[in-house]
Design a protein around this ligand. Structure first.
Ligand SMILES: Nc1nc2c(c(=O)[nH]1)N[C@H]1C(S)=C(S)[C@@H](COP(=O)(O)O)O[C@H]1N2
Ligand SMILES: [Mo]
Length: 223
């Protein structure tokens, strides 16, 4: 898969999606030898990059902080709708993590700043039956994670990367960061989080990609 083409024509976008689905069919990059996150830093089948590639469906949503809203709802006690000032006024967290893309690149030491998943869970109080989080993005993308994975202490909604506002191509103003999972779980241009009793596989999960996506277990593709 190539970098995101600016104003991707429909044919180019279709090609990119088709090639990524072919990767899943062919089991590209699978080594068959799971890694050990204690011993290694680079998960199996990955290569280290220094730059930060842009990967998405090629539709770059407008960045408009006036109109920006984040809705958090579903199986929760307290629903939230934040506008930009409300989001900014939440307690801030910082983490430094590696990121791993299923197309084979990993990038070490990304400094993120934003609002932690732990803080969000404190505020919304998911119902006892809630098991899943579904992320909805402004470009129509969706992805699903288990609630216990969302609750991991490294998970956050990031608005900054390396001390600067997250750039629009990388998901600004706000994206999810789920560093323990392949990067497709880290939804860019986040607009809604739904807590759910039922799982709702997202864009890539319904196109041949694994429902969980642990890079150490090479959970790239569904069987
Ligand atoms: N909204 C949205 N989020 C998305 C995607 C997308 O197409 N739309 N692509 C996913 C995929 S497949 C990857 S690998 C990462 C890439 O993030 P980056 O462009 O910042 O490297 O974003 C993920 N989040
Ligand atoms: Mo990806």
């Amino acid at each position: 898969m190539t970098d995101r083409p600016d104003d991707a024509p429909e044919s180019k976008r279709a090609k990119l999606i088709a090639s990524k689905q072919a990767w899943a069919r062919d089991g590209r990059l699978l080594t068959g030898a799971p890694g050990d996150p204690v011993r290694d830093r680079l998960p199996p089948g990955q290569r280290l990059v220094k730059d930060w590639p842009v990967l998405d469906l090629g539709a770059l949503p407008q960045r408009d902080l006036e109109k920006w809203r984040l809705r958090i709802d579903g199986a929760v006690e307290n629903r939230i709708i934040w506008d930009w000032p409300a989001f900014q006024s939440q307690p801030q967290s910082r983490i430094r993590t590696d990121i791993h893309c299923v197309t084979g690149w990993s990038r070490y030491d990304n400094g993120w700043e934003g609002v932690s998943a732990a803080h969000i869970l404190d505020l919304v109080k998911p119902h006892a039956e809630a098991r899943h989080c579904i992320f909805y993005s402004r470009d129509g993308y969706t992805t699903n994670v288990r609630l216990d994975r969302f609750a991991d202490d490294e998970v956050m909604l990031a608005h900054s990367w390396e001390g600067k506002p997250l750039s629009q191509p990388h998901g600004g103003p706000v994206r999810v960061v789920m560093p323990k999972w392949y990067l497709w779980k880290s939804a860019k241009w986040l607009r809604r989080i739904e807590f759910s009793v039922d799982d709702k596989p997202g864009y890539w999960e319904t196109r041949g990609y694994h429902n969980e996506g642990d890079p150490w277990k090479e959970e790239r593709y569904s069987d």
